[in-house]
Design a protein around this ligand. Structure first.
Ligand code: CP
Ligand code: NVA
Length: 310
């Protein structure tokens, strides 16, 4: 087994392709053990602190349940109630929490904060979503694609909509794992330029083709996987109306999905807004695997925690 002990899990770009594959294989293994009722208390007696400065359903529940299933416990820490909300520094928070805990998961706004927390902590830090990235979701998504399609290399993902945190993590994962990915966004909503560059550099090593374009039909052509996410992410609520206008031609619906492969799978990290980024027919149709993705958050994160915290 690869040793990832003591590592932070902040961005997929920090991991080698074989390390990401190792985590996916471990997630599949832990999933089988859980389903078979086999005890796997590899984090017995350990505690994960979970700092939330944004809302969550999946991330909170899957981390807390995941720690329990691994023999340890998760501790929910609301950003509003911690002293960090009253101005205690990230450094002092990181140093203090490191004396009690064995790992910290944090969901927040600025990615910089997570990097600072990891720098100040002497224990592993996991990124549970920032404005820049959502690597736990992408790892679970690639596990889901592997389970459903039996392979990753050479598959094509089409991402239609906002070039956001989800897009960034999917891009990095695609480049590292050898999938092709086409992203269609309206003007002004493209993925971050640095992330695109880093993704293309890694793609050159794995043979993955990365394309950023305007036309949803072009992006979705012959896609094996069709992915979308909300038009206004957490923190962008005030832009909801202007975004609805900007993204009007970017809904994944019956008319657009015709251009994907016949055996396409529809994916969405959730929560979803039916009737906005995706039609009801597509998200609730036979090709939708949204709840398999949601389930795999549990297994993928258990793999991350088992690998870095044991
Ligand atoms: N996909 C995801 O991270 O969901 P939550 O916001 O519910 O955690
Ligand atoms: N892009 C979304 C993902 C939620 C899981 C957000 O940041 O709100």
């Amino acid at each position: 087994a690869q040793s990832l002990k003591g590592r932070d899990f902040l961005m997929l770009v920090d991991f080698k392709p074989e390390e990401i594959r190792y985590l996916i294989d471990l997630a599949i293994d832990l999933k089988q053990k859980q389903k078979a009722g086999e005890t796997h208390h590899v984090l017995k007696g350990k505690t994960l602190g979970m700092i939330f400065e944004k809302s969550s359903t999946r991330t909170r529940v899957s981390f807390e349940v995941g720690m329990y299933q691994l023999g340890g416990q998760g501790l929910f820490l609301s950003g509003n109630d911690l002293q960090i909300g009253r101005g205690e520094t990230i450094w002092d928070t990181a140093q203090t929490l490191s004396r009690y805990l064995d790992g910290i998961m944090i969901r927040t706004f600025a990615h910089r904060k997570v990097v600072e927390l990891a720098r100040g902590a002497t224990i592993p830090v996991i990124n549970g979503l920032t404005d820049l990235s959502h690597p736990c979701q992408a790892l679970a998504d690639y596990q889901t694609i592997l389970e459903q399609k039996g392979r990753l290399e050479g598959l094509k993902i089409a991402y239609i909509g906002d070039g956001n945190n989800m897009t960034h993590s999917l891009l990095m994962g695609a480049a590292k794992l050898g999938l092709h990915m086409s992203v269609a966004t309206p003007e002004g909503y493209e993925p971050d330029a640095d992330i695109i560059q880093q993704t293309k550099d890694h793609a050159a090593e794995t043979g993955s083709q990365i394309r950023i374009c305007r036309d949803p039909k072009e992006a979705i052509a012959d896609a094996d996987i069709v992915y979308t996410d909300v038009w206004a992410s957490m923190g962008q609520e005030a832009e909801q109306k202007e975004r609805e206008i900007a993204f009007a031609a970017y809904q994944v619906n019956e008319a657009l999905i015709k251009y994907a492969k016949k055996d396409y799978l529809f994916m969405h990290c959730l929560p979803a807004h039916r009737g906005e980024e995706v039609s009801e027919g597509v998200i609730d149709g036979d090709s939708s695997i949204i709840f398999d993705q949601a389930e795999n958050r549990l297994h993928a994160q258990k793999a991350i925690m088992a690998a870095i915290m044991s």
